[in-house]
Design a binder for this molecule. Structure first.
Ligand code: 26Q
Length: 814
């Protein structure tokens, strides 16, 4: 970044003076952070320009990853590492009496995502840039990211996440690249030429202004772009027409109505209200993104007929599925192509990833809402639907039910998953078992109709963020023992297998793990005022709170363990710290009750001095990327306990494994592949299989009440939670939990898997006491984790779906 430390120091001081008009001494911590971040961004700019130029004139295919979510976390530390400038900055700042780590902490997390899907998008951008691949992101610049969570008296309370309060050092506003997106209005057909034309009038124009964020490749020449769109009123200040009519208030109101589109990220919640704004968000960024891609495409001197040869649009779940009709609209209405020609282009440019198999989570939009907000786009969806249905009736004349099931419009709604499958050339699931369930269950008929489109791409995570950056101690030790090759080629981690039974290597690993536990304990002490014991087993379940992820199973087991310890004063277990973290959607009552339940169990355990020597439960507030980066390195056990068949893949499982934790998990999602890679002996599994769960769903035969009556452990914990667990909790506090388990026959098989889960925990205790055994398990997990680097996943997307190759930016400026 700078040729010498001295040059860096003077540039830093100069930056503070010019940016803030202050001397170094007068500047605050956040001034110093902002100055350093600007310097780093400036250092990336020449590469950004060179990368863009090489893409513009290079006739190679490029991919645009469309996602409503990108969950990056902080940038500064990572960018310094990628630029190979961290050590120099650290020492230069130390000379000036500044602690780099304090500056790094100053940056707010970019939390523009809910969880797995959003983080996956960020990992993918990281891998694309680090592999020199021409791949960009396209999303929304939400003013507020996912809500920030406080735990007050054991309950979740939501606060706005105002991450843009201070200037965002990483973005570049590009007002000259703004485009207009149209909402509402009327469409008429005009016959004034050889072909009829559709004219859209009386619409509400919304200005989409791009903010570009640089996505830096690891120590290479590539800097790709994440383009985030912000909604503004077309006339920024006022609608002068209404202003001059004296209608000041409605002019102001309309400005806020427009800006609301990019105001806030929606929490993952299938029962959400105010759907209209979410639909507008989807169309807003899809339309803006496609318009800007086409503008740039033409600027490169390309013919629109070559679009699919040079461009691939990847849609992250169905949230951007309006790309299908919107690209049709642009090609037919704006570019005057015929329908068939346009359809050929669209359906060979768009690829779709599905992230859920839960039918109730598949997106559907009411037809009236679409007609009202997106009249022209709806006409196009209707035409795609009509043509598809006609083909299907010809193919399955004897089976109208089958045709109806696959239709794009049905029951007064637009079915986004069907639209996405029909309009794309590739449909992928995110783990082998998930793809099989899609093909054989959820999308069986669509798979039969388009078998060639379906493929699997098991998720991955960037080892650069989740090991190199977040666990520097472990990274250094790995590099010392197997060289640094793994950083560029993560499968090289496999060499660690040679050390699995090396006692010295194991002890080195344990001492690093201990240091990571101390680091997390310091954080918990500072933020939660709770003391953790770094010599205990750290057993973590960190992820969104959802019934199918079964945080409840974990909490019920802890309550049972408490009962056992209480009952038998001679019983001893290795001291155990159960760590929970995660947010519940604000309107998801059941999930919020589970949070309260965990916190009540935590206090119960704490209230007994003898038991609290062996058992500790903590719920970490406000789980986000920065908290995740402390938890993964510090954990011994990774709880991945979803009901088999429900977790599409999971990616936290991979982050734990990479940091040497052993998985305690069901045979679900990517757990199955992790278990295959590390071997049964290095993975602790329990519970029903996918086949058994699906069998129960289709044939019945499960009776949760029977287990309640016949398993005394279950009987006891359920009676406890419907009685008085704590003096300040009303006795019906947890009735939604007991009802879900007993009255609704335990949809997620919590009680069915309880016994097996308890046994798995006993095994954990036994294995952990055998240090050599545990050390070996941990090392094998790290060694095999390279296979789950998103570099491998992206290599497969690039080869098998996108057909893109690395492009080397032409630069001699470093
Ligand atoms: C829905 C309606 C309204 C507003 C928001 C939403 C919404 C938002 C986010 C629905 C779903 C999501 C996110 C889903 C998600 O993160 N799925 C996870 O994706 C991971 C990456 O593929 C998988 O590893 C996980 O298994 C899957 O749960």
């Amino acid at each position: 970044m700078f040729s010498s430390k001295e040059k860096f120091k003077s540039a830093f001081i100069m930056k503070i003076e010019t940016q803030f008009g202050k001397s170094l001494e007068e500047s605050s911590l956040s001034d110093k952070y902002a100055a350093l971040a600007s310097l780093v961004r400036e250092a990336m700019t020449p590469k950004l320009v060179a990368t863009n130029n090489s893409y513009l004139f290079n006739k190679e295919r490029q991919v645009y990853y469309f996602s409503l979510e990108f969950l990056f976390g902080k940038f500064l530390d990572q960018n310094l590492i990628y630029l190979n400038a961290r050590d120099m900055c650290f020492s230069g700042l130390r000379d000036l009496g500044i602690d780099l780590d304090e500056l790094i902490d100053c940056e707010p997390d970019a939390g523009l995502g809910n969880g797995g899907l959003g983080r996956l998008a960020s990992c993918f951008l990281d891998s694309m840039a680090s592999m020199g691949l021409p791949g960009h992101g396209c999303g929304i610049r939400y003013k507020y990211g996912l809500f920030s969570q406080k735990i007050i008296d054991g309950y979740q309370v939501e606060l706005p996440d105002n991450w843009l309060r201070e200037q965002n050092a990483w973005e570049i506003r590009k007002p000259d690249k703004a485009v207009v997106v149209k909402f509402g209005g009327d469409v008429s057909c005009v016959f004034d030429g050889p072909e009829p034309r559709f004219v859209h009038e009386n619409y509400l124009p919304v200005l989409a202004v791009p903010y570009d964020m640089p996505v830096l490749g690891y120590r290479n020449q590539t800097v790709n772009t994440l383009r985030l769109w912000s909604a503004e009123a077309v006339n920024r200040d006022f609608d002068f027409a209404s202003f001059s009519r004296g209608d000041y208030m409605s002019a102001v109101a309309s400005k806020y109505q427009v800006e609301a589109i990019s105001e806030v990220l929606y929490p993952d919640d299938s029962n959400y209200q105010n759907r209209q704004l979410r639909l507008k968000q989807q169309y807003f960024f899809v339309s803006a993104g496609l318009q800007s891609i086409i503008r740039r495409f033409k600027k490169g001197g390309n013919d629109i007929r070559d679009f699919s040869k040079l461009i691939c649009i990847h849609i992250n779940d169905t949230h951007p599925a309006l790309a299908v009709p919107e690209l049709m609209r642009i090609l037919v209405d704006d570019e005057a192509l015929g329908w068939e020609e346009a359809w050929e282009i669209v359906s060979s440019s768009i690829a779709y990833t599905n992230h859920t198999i839960m039918p109730e989570a598949l997106e559907k939009w009411p037809v009236e809402l679409m007609q009202e907000q997106l009249p022209r786009v709806y006409m196009i969806i209707d035409e795609i639907h009509r043509r598809f249905e006609t083909d299907l009736y010809a193919k399955y004349p004897e089976n109208p039910e089958k045709v109806k099931g696959m239709s794009i419009i049905g029951d007064g709604t637009v079915r986004m998953a069907n639209l996405a499958v029909v309009g794309s050339f590739s449909v992928n699931g995110v783990a082998a078992v998930h793809t099989e369930i899609l093909k054989n269950e959820v999308m069986r008929d669509l798979y039969e109709t388009f078998p060639e489109k379906f493929n699997n791409k098991t998720n991955g995570i960037t080892h650069r963020r989740w090991l190199l950056k977040s666990n520097p101690g472990l990274s250094d030790a790995i590099s010392e023992s197997i060289t640094k090759k793994w950083i560029k080629e993560p499968v090289a981690l496999k060499k660690l297998n040679d050390l699995k039974d090396d006692r010295a290597a194991q002890e080195k690993f344990f001492s690093i793990k201990r240091a990571c536990k101390e680091r997390l304990s310091d954080y918990v002490w500072k933020h939660n005022g709770i003391k953790l014991d770094p010599d205990s087993i750290f057993d973590s379940q960190v992820k969104r709170i959802h019934a199918y992820k079964r945080q409840l199973l974990n909490a019920l087991h802890i309550l049972h363990l408490y009962n056992e310890l209480k009952e038998d004063p001679k019983k001893e277990i290795h001291p155990h710290t159960f760590i929970f973290a995660g947010k519940a959607a604000p309107s998801y009552y059941y999930a919020k009750t589970v949070i309260k339940f965990i916190n009540v169990v935590a206090s119960l355990v704490d209230s007994d001095p003898r038991i609290s020597e062996m058992l500790k439960v903590v719920f970490l507030e406000n789980y986000n990327i920065s908290v995740a980066e402390l938890v993964f390195p510090a954990s011994d056990i990774s709880e991945q306990i979803s009901t088999a068949s429900k977790e599409a893949s999971g990616t936290g499982n991979m982050k734990f494994m990479m940091n040497g934790a052993v998985t305690l998990g069901t045979m679900d999602g990517a757990n199955i592949e992790i278990c295959e890679k590390v071997g049964q002996e290095n993975f602790i599994t329990f519970g029903l299989s996918v086949g058994e769960v699906l069998g129960y769903y289709s044939n019945g035969g499960y009776n949760s009440y029977y287990l309640y009556e016949n398993d005394p452990r279950i009987n006891r914990v359920l009676n406890q939670i419907s009685g008085k667990l704590s003096s300040n909790v009303p006795s019906d506090e947890f009735s939604s939990i007991t009802r879900s388990l007993l009255e609704y026959n335990d949809e997620y098989f919590v009680l069915r898997d309880f016994d097996s889960y308890c046994k798995a925990h006993r095994l954990v205790d036994e294995l952990y006491r055998d240090r050599a055994r545990w050390g070996s398990m941990s090392i094998v997990n790290m060694a095999m984790s390279g296979g789950f680097s998103s570099d491998n996943t992206i290599a497969k997307y690039a080869q098998e779906i996108w057909k893109i190759k690395p492009v080397s930016p032409q630069t001699d400026r470093g």
